[in-house]
Design a protein around this ligand. Structure first.
Ligand SMILES: NC(=O)c1ccc[n+]([C@@H]2O[C@H](COP(=O)([O-])OP(=O)(O)OC[C@H]3O[C@@H](n4cnc5c(N)ncnc54)[C@H](O)[C@@H]3O)[C@@H](O)[C@H]2O)c1
Length: 433
């Protein structure tokens, strides 16, 4: 099939490359000229494992192209995906301006029947808005489909190629057939393609993210209670996770969830429920717990160093909101670093992939170290904020030699407390004695 993908970000680029991989002809469109120019030079603007190779292969086979010109891409396509951002608006709702702008641009470019697919995460009712927006302009028939995306950054290519399920929201049989055909290669291992009404499809994505965020906030509260009673959250977590009704995923306590999805999607669901006079109390608590959790390490630092951090140097390992991505949108590290700088501390940071993004946020106010050990040199304490694999088994003797004082605040529970204390470290983690 001929496909156009509008928006070439973390989702659009993966979606485009993966559809090209199964033999479709895909044009990825973005209004960001620098991004498109970079992709045309064969460079990938984001870090996502496996993506570069996939893009390179499909470009060289002539199945994947990039452009800033939306109209020719839409004219050449039977299916047009909208994969633009839906950031949090001022009132907490999902801001639909990019989705609706893309819908209008698509409508103006149409030269025949098109299936317009909403891939962005959008509140219930958006496909109706998209349909109305296109109908005002279009002179050709079209169908609107809601097709929420469940991939996770850090494993996006794998998730897209081997989805747990594909959700297709439409009441239009022809569009459902197109979509089912398009996704068939990805579901050969038996993953279901679920065709449903658009409202249910739109809500699926929010419900899934809200559930995952709830598990994290719940476990963070269990960790906080563990600290009050001297219990060990690792043991509690393992016992809870081994219950088949519960399972192990998303039960790791830490310094809160971040990223471009959980925070904004939790806010959006609270808002669109409130618009219908429904008070989504659980999710309000999930959000409040998450906000409080993000400053937990800062309170510990305050306690450890007494009144002021002025003149102290703090090493930070991990900036991205999670491992295997360079994305720092809503990353807990952003709050922590802001807090450190506000307290007068100097920050020496290291992240395997996120330095360029961090420079955009903090400029020269943070020192970016060339590796993990360079970050700890002459620091008064080490903070661990992202659980990259390379932080899991470091040379502790070397860290001890390099640090001014052997103090570690671990926001991701990477090390065994007894072992690390036996090496002479003062060690503080989340929910463990
Ligand atoms: N990032 C994830 O892990 C993830 C997972 C599932 C769903 N989603 C959802 O997918 C959507 C996109 O997320 P993302 O992380 O890829 O965002 P992103 O910010 O990385 O990418 C969006 C891209 O769209 C482009 N754009 C905006 N308006 C445009 C227009 N009118 N024409 C052409 N290009 C335009 C922007 O320049 C940007 O490159 C969001 O709704 C998000 O909630 C994201």
């Amino acid at each position: 099939m001929n496909i156009a993908v509008i928006g070439t970000g973390y989702v659009g680029l993966v979606v485009g490359a993966c559809f090209a991989e199964t033999g479709n002809h895909v044009t990825c469109v973005d209004k960001d000229q620098a991004k498109v120019a970079m992709l045309k030079r064969g460079r990938i603007p984001i870090y996502e494992p496996g993506l570069e190779e996939l893009v390179r292969r499909n470009r060289s086979l002539g199945r994947l192209g990039f452009t800033t010109s939306l109209a020719p891409a839409v004219r050449a396509a039977e299916i047009v995906f909208i994969a633009v951002g839906t950031p949090t608006g001022e009132d907490g709702s999902a801001d639909l301006q990019h989705v609706l702008a893309a819908a209008r641009d698509i409508a103006r470019a149409m030269n025949g029947y098109k299936v317009v697919v909403d891939k962005s995460t959008v509140p219930v009712g958006t496909s109706e808005l998209v349909r109305a927006e296109i109908a005002k302009i279009a002179k050709h028939p079209f169908s609107v489909v809601s097709n929420p995306e469940f991939l996770k950054q850090g494993a996006a290519v794998d998730d897209f190629l081997k989805p747990d399920r594909v959700v297709i929201g439409t009441d239009d049989e022809k569009a459902a057939r197109f979509m089912t055909e398009l996704y068939r290669p990805f579901t050969r291992t038996g993953a279901p393609i679920m065709v449903m009404d658009t409202a249910s499809a739109e809500l699926c994505k929010y419900a899934a993210n809200a559930m995952l965020a709830t598990r994290i906030s719940f476990m963070n509260e269990i960790a906080n209670v563990c600290e009050l009673f001297g219990a060990d959250v690792d043991k509690v977590r393992q016992a809870v996770a081994s219950d088949r009704r519960i399972g192990p995923a998303f039960l790791f306590p830490g310094i809160g969830y971040g990223g471009s999805c959980f925070p904004k999607d939790v806010k959006a669901i609270i808002k669109f429920a409130a618009d219908k006079k429904y008070d989504f109390r659980i999710l309000q608590a999930v959000e409040d717990v998450n906000e409080a959790q993000k400053s937990r390490l800062l309170s510990r630092l305050d306690k450890h160093f007494g009144k002021s951090l002025k003149g102290k140097t703090i090493a930070v390992w991990g900036l991205a909101f999670k491992p295997r991505t360079d994305d720092m949108r809503e990353a807990p590290a952003v709050n922590v670093i802001r807090g450190l700088l506000a307290r007068g501390a100097k920050v020496r940071a290291y992240d395997p992939e996120a330095h360029a993004v961090a420079r955009g946020l903090f400029g020269t106010r943070v020192h970016y170290a060339k590796d993990a050990y360079a970050a700890v040199k002459d620091a008064d304490a080490l903070l661990i904020l992202t659980e990259w694999n390379e932080f899991r088994e470091p040379d502790f003797q070397k860290i001890k030699r390099l640090l001014k004082a052997p103090v570690i605040f671990d926001g991701r529970n990477l090390y065994a407390p007894a072992q690390i204390r036996s090496l002479g470290f003062t060690y503080s983690s989340i929910g463990r004695p």
